[in-house]
Structure formats: structure tokens, C-alpha cells
Design a binder for this molecule. Structure first.
Ligand SMILES: CC(C)(COP(=O)(O)OP(=O)(O)OC[C@H]1O[C@@H](n2cnc3c(N)ncnc32)[C@H](O)[C@@H]1OP(=O)(O)O)[C@@H](O)C(=O)NCCC(=O)NCCS
Length: 147
């Protein structure tokens, strides 16, 4: 299995993986175009990354997205993970752990002070996964919908 950074040609597969995570599907053609542009920007911006796990020449089986965030009280960046998805049939085979290990290496290279992520209350299994990998539950997450 190859772990590599995403490029423009991976955009359709990244969109598919996001739907698997339950993210909203595009309602109209213009949505697809704007989602594509958002992913392209994500790939090209220097403060963001998308890392993919690829099984062979064609099959992408997992992805993790990363944002490097400055904090007001830290001289180093925080590595924030907005999305981590392993395709259903490849779960529980060590793929998620490989992607998190890749995040840890990237974070250390960038001299980040920590990794942070949020996981929905309903994702009980992923909470066990994060705890197994040494993450601590350090706070509650609050959201207010503005739509
Ligand atoms: C959560 C997710 C990313 C985990 O990836 P994965 O490839 O299935 O997990 P891995 O096989 O790499 O597991 C790594 C370790 O965590 C443990 N683990 C994984 N799921 C677990 C669970 N539900 N309970 C206990 N331990 C678990 C594994 O046993 C393994 O332990 P080991 O290192 O001792 O072998 C993946 O299942 C997934 O994409 N789920 C759906 C989307 C999702 O919930 N994403 C997270 C959003 S916050």
C-alpha cells in the first residue's frame, strides 16, 4: 500500500470518499464544480494537505485531510484533521493507523505542537480507534448551525 499526497487527478475519488463519510452530496451541477474547486485549493494551499492510501495503480482506499493552524499562544502550528475516512471493506486492516502515523510524521517535520480532531458523538467506534492510537479526549465540541 502506498501513502502519498493527493494531486488534481484524485479530486473525483476524494469527492466519493467524502460522501462515504456522510458529507452532503451536491444538489446541482454547480455544487459539483464548487466542491471540485474547494478540493483543488485544499491540495494547492501551503497550509493544507490531503494524504491518500492507494492499494494499487487505480484503487484509493482511504484519505486524511490536514490543516496547519496557528494558535495565539503557541510558537508552533497545530495539525488539525478535518476528515479521516477508510473505505468500508478496508477497515480494521491497519489503514487508518498508517494514515495517522503519516500525520504524526508530517506534524513532527513541521514541528507542530499537537494533533487535534473532532469526532461526532455518534462515531463510537472511531472514538475507540483514536484512544487506541494514544489520543486523549480533551474537550467537548460545540457547533451552531447558521444555515
Ligand atoms: C475510524 C477509522 C478511520 C479507523 O480506521 P481503520 O483502518 O478501520 O483502523 P485500523 O485498522 O488502522 O485500527 C488501528 C488500531 O485501532 C484499533 N481499533 C480500530 N477500531 C476499533 C474499535 N472500534 N474498537 C477498538 N479498537 C479499534 C484496531 O484494533 C487497531 O489496533 P492495533 O494497532 O492494536 O492493531 C475507519 O474505521 C473509518 O474510516 N470509519 C468510518 C469513518 C469515520 O468514522 N471516520 C472518522 C471520523 S472522525
Amino acid at each position: 500500500m502506498d501513502i502519498r499526497e493527493a494531486s488534481g487527478k484524485d479530486i473525483p475519488i476524494i469527492l466519493g470518499l467524502l460522501y462515504e463519510l456522510g458529507r452532503p452530496k451536491p444538489q446541482k451541477d454547480s455544487d459539483i464544480e464548487s466542491f471540485r474547486k474547494l478540493i483543488k485549493k485544499y491540495i494547492t494551499d501551503s497550509d493544507k494537505k490531503i494524504i491518500l492510501a492507494q492499494l494499487d495503480d487505480t484503487e484509493i482506499i482511504a484519505m486524511v485531510s490536514i490543516i496547519f493552524l496557528p494558535r495565539l499562544n503557541q510558537n508552533s502550528l497545530e495539525l488539525y484533521i478535518p476528515e479521516l475516512i477508510v473505505r468500508d471493506k478496508f477497515q480494521n486492516q491497519g489503514v487508518g493507523k498508517k494514515l495517522i502515523n503519516s500525520c504524526i510524521s508530517i506534524g513532527k517535520e513541521k514541528k507542530c505542537h499537537r494533533i487535534r480532531l473532532e469526532s461526532g458523538n455518534q462515531r463510537k467506534e472511531s472514538h475507540k480507534f483514536y484512544k487506541k492510537l494514544g489520543f486523549e479526549q480533551s474537550g467537548l465540541s460545540f457547533t451552531k448551525n447558521l444555515n
